[in-house]
Design a protein around this ligand. Structure first.
Ligand code: SF4
Ligand code: SF4
Length: 576
């Protein structure tokens, strides 16, 4: 088999595995969904994630050993990951190939000429590694695997299946998904200008692996330096723009192996010796720029903290998924892959746009308004899929505070607060008990205090009373549905008489639930509304957000969860 056919088969395999893992990362009853699939395996292969989390946390999450293994193999054979494995690399290569099917050799050679801009990725790598060393993990913004997972999970799949194909049940919405989609589109469109545009100029993981090829024994090169004519077929098909016909830039070779296949004379090979035409270790780029960026990366994390752009300054609206580490450790681990967002059955885990600060862009934050519900009591999915344990695995027992966890209590995401200026029973004199009804914890964390308040326009005069059927002098002008069960009639001037529920009102005929003995002809009475005003018990509230999601006050909800009392920040001082 030709070596490029093997490479293409490998690329197709990993691309299909990637797509399959994206599709199956949903919670549901179907056989193919979530259970048992190693959906993080590809993310674990990422050497940049392994190195950067090692720098930012000082530890290596066990599955990321795969990433170090990839880096170790790169030391011996070069960037095989870029050529044979990376799904984003494959998509880039495919787009570039489709765009150039009719291009002439001259045009292809021009497109594949080495460029100083290939040094940009090394500068970006310097920035990301310096920031990681100081505790701010930003690699996920451009690291190809988190980037492609995030883009496909949050933008492409919801676009392909708006809810009818059954990939994830109902349609999904993600905050700012259009930006993620546009970035992904721009990355693919870049291949129209240069093949593997992202890989050549922007990919920090490619830069890391490029650096790892400094002493690589096996590499592409020419066996002899004799002139080989003018065909330049190797350069016409070189995906890495590393000039295989002359002085080759070893770090830029993505092992597409097209040159081996295209060379009509067999002068190019993959061998344990330097190329006879000479080699360069790295592309030309400004070393001063790299040093400057290294310093900028080192300064970024402290500056973010000082300037409040990091979530460590803490917007109380920032609610992380259950099982999340405390904020500093979370930001040192999260690679913004979007796996937790994809898997959440209620789609309540959303990419943070502003709530987590600039340093937390696209990290997961719960948005109870955008989700289909709050955080579900019987779900532990997000803790099972995080590839870096920024959200650590947790059990249902732990989440609910049962069994071995009874002493510590449930995992709390925050606490719900009633906004009395927006709550219908508190501020508007309108009955509502939705939040209390939907609160899923037992006993409920929301209790109500019942009060009766007179309704504007509810003063009436009784002209006739036969049992529970009354005739009024005139219809009350309350503008409300008095038969809803929340309205009562109370005689005026008899404070000790209990109000009786109104069953119906038709014109001036008013029917009560039972007779009101003190109401005779000519008696004045008033319509009162029964209001059940909600109170949150912070000792019971787990911050699941069901109440916020269901609150009928659209826009800014009248009950909102903020991060007070969240488990990940230690014992809640609010209750002390
Ligand atoms: S535990 Fe909650 S936030 Fe996490 S996936 Fe399940 S419902 Fe979503
Ligand atoms: S917290 Fe979510 S987005 Fe961050 S690394 Fe884990 S799964 Fe990916």
């Amino acid at each position: 088999m030709r070596i490029v056919v093997a490479r293409r088969l490998s690329q197709a395999f990993f691309l299909l595995v990637f797509l399959w893992f994206c599709v199956v990362a949903t919670v549901g009853d179907a056989l193919w969904q979530l259970r048992g699939w190693p959906i993080n395996w590809l993310l674990s292969l990422d050497p940049l994630t392994a190195v950067a989390t090692l720098l930012s946390t000082g530890t290596l999450f066990a599955p990321l050993v795969w990433g170090l293994a990839v880096l170790a193999l790169t030391l011996f054979i070069g960037r095989f990951f870029c050529g044979f494995v990376c799904p984003l690399g494959t998509l880039n290569q495919l787009t570039g190939y489709l765009a150039r099917r009719r291009a002439t050799t001259e045009a292809r050679v021009a497109d594949n000429a080495p460029s100083r801009a290939q040094g940009i990725k090394y500068v970006l790598l310097a920035f990301f590694l310096a920031a990681a060393a100081l505790g701010s993990l930003q690699t996920g913004l451009l690291d190809p695997l988190p980037l492609v997972f995030r883009s496909v999970n949050l933008a492409v799949l919801p676009l392909v299946d708006p809810g009818r194909l059954g990939i994830h049940g109902e349609g999904r919405f993600s905050d700012g998904a259009w930006v993620l989609g546009l970035i992904f589109l721009a990355i693919l469109a870049g291949n129209l200008w240069r093949p593997r545009f992202f890989c050549r100029f922007l990919c920090p993981a490619g830069a890391l692996m490029g650096l790892a090829t400094r002493l690589v024994p096996w590499r592409i090169g020419k066996a002899d330096a004799k002139a080989c004519g003018t065909c330049r077929r190797c350069e016409a098909f070189c995906e890495g723009a590393c000039r295989p016909s002359g002085e080759i830039t070893v770090s830029e070779c993505v092992l597409c192996l097209n040159c081996l296949d295209a060379c009509p004379t067999g002068r190019i090979g993959f061998a344990p010796r330097p190329s006879a035409c000479g080699e360069r270790a790295l592309p030309d780029f400004s070393r001063r720029g790299a040093v400057f960026t290294l310093a900028a990366g080192a300064l970024a994390a402290p500056l973010w903290r000082v300037g409040g752009a990091s979530a460590l300054g803490r917007d109380p609206a920032l609610i992380r998924p259950p099982g999340s580490l405390d904020e500093a450790r979370f930001l040192a681990r999260c690679i913004r892959c979007g796996q937790c967002m994809r898997v959440c059955p209620s789609a309540v885990v959303q990419p943070a746009v502003t709530v987590a600060g600039a340093a937390g862009l696209w990290t997961p934050a719960l948005n109870y308004r955008l989700g289909r519900a709050g955080c579900l009591q019987n779900c532990v999915a997000c803790g099972q899929v995080c590839p870096t344990a920024a959200i650590r695995p947790f059990s249902l027992e732990e989440k609910l505070g049962r069994g071995d966890f009874a002493a510590v209590g449930p995992l709390r995401l925050g606490t719900a607060f009633v906004d009395r200026t927006r709550c219908l029973p508190w501020a508007m004199g309108r009955p509502c008990i939705v939040c209390q009804e939907v609160c899923p914890v037992s006993p409920k964390a929301i209790g109500v205090v019942t009060v009766f308040e007179p309704v504007a326009g509810g003063a009436v005069s009784v002209t006739d009373a036969r049992g529970a059927a009354l005739t009024l002098a005139g219809a009350p002008a309350t503008g409300r549905n008095l038969g809803s069960g929340d309205y009562f009639l109370r005689p005026l001037g008899l404070p000790d008489t209990a109000a009786v529920r109104v069953v119906s009102l038709a014109g001036v005929a008013l029917t009560l639930e039972k007779p009101l003995p003190d109401l005779g002809q000519g008696r004045k009475a008033e319509i009162v509304v029964r209001l059940q005003q909600p109170h949150v018990d912070p000792a019971r509230c787990v911050g699941c957000g069901m109440c916020e999601h269901e609150c009928p006050v659209s826009g800014l909800r009248a009950i909102r969860v903020t991060s007070e009392n969240e488990s990940r920040s230690g014992p809640g001082r609010m209750l002390a």
